[in-house]
Design a binder for this molecule. Structure first.
Ligand SMILES: Cc1cc2nc3c(=O)[nH]c(=O)nc-3n(C[C@H](O)[C@H](O)[C@H](O)COP(=O)(O)O)c2cc1C
Length: 208
């Protein structure tokens, strides 16, 4: 039996997720949060069930140092190598400062070893493997984002560039782990602006 009412309730979870940039410290135990996020992680699917996704969860001081030291140093280096608008750099620095005040940060990776193994085991799908891996980690990101939102925490999905070497050095991550994104989270210190969710009617077609 279908249950549209349950579906509508689930939609409220989707509607509650936003990009939250102003973070503080939420009152939640690290152990409880870790167990919750681990369970979400274990439930996300992957192509061939190969589970290429990898997570590094930075909590408390580690997350603070990530946003106060590691990312700003990478920002400066990127700026030196490719100077852009100073205002953009300053905005990114302000974001880092805000993220450093949260409870933690999830770093999302794909394990490229898994990708190589899949390409050699499933030759006809080899051209699709990189796409599958990008989708898999995206599913983790969305599931964690929704999961954090559901328990009242704010988060955003970040793609700061040029962090790979520093992350490997700081946390001794496997060199085959490829960093995809960063998700700082914490209490919601400023309500997010509602975003336009409309689509051109032609973007969702029905044929029957
Ligand atoms: C694949 C993907 C990449 C994104 N990368 C970034 C990012 O690097 N920095 C950022 O601030 N927001 C990023 N976002 C967040 C979007 O800008 C945001 O989700 C969108 O504007 C809708 O706002 P909402 O999250 O509040 O619904 C990303 C979102 C997605 C789905």
């Amino acid at each position: 039996m279908t249950d549209l009412q349950a579906g509508r309730e689930w939609l409220s979870t989707l509607k509650g997720r936003h990009s939250v940039y102003h973070l503080g410290k939420a009152d939640i135990k690290d152990e409880e949060l870790t167990a919750y996020l681990k369970e979400i992680f274990s439930l996300v699917p992957s192509s061939f069930n190969a589970r290429s996704q990898r997570i590094l969860l930075l909590l408390g001081k580690e997350s603070m140092l990530f946003w106060k030291d590691l990312v700003p140093i990478a920002l400066e280096k990127n700026y030196e190598a490719c100077p852009g608008e100073k205002e953009v750099l300053d905005r990114r620095r302000d974001l880092c400062e805000s993220f450093s005040k949260g409870n933690g940060t999830i770093l999302f990776f794909n394990d490229s070893k898994i990708g190589r193994a899949l390409k050699s085991s499933f030759k006809e799908y080899a051209p699709s493997v990189d796409r599958f891996m990008a989708q898999e980690i995206g599913m983790d990101e969305y599931a964690m984002w929704l999961g954090l939102s559901k328990i009242g925490l704010g988060a955003s999905l970040q793609h700061f560039l040029g962090l790979d070497t520093a992350v490997r050095a700081a946390y001794e991550t496997d060199p085959d782990w490829i960093l995809d994104a960063q998700m700082p989270f914490g209490s919601i210190e400023k309500a997010p602006e509602p975003k336009d969710t409309s689509h051109d009617p032609g973007h969702f077609r029905v044929v029957r």
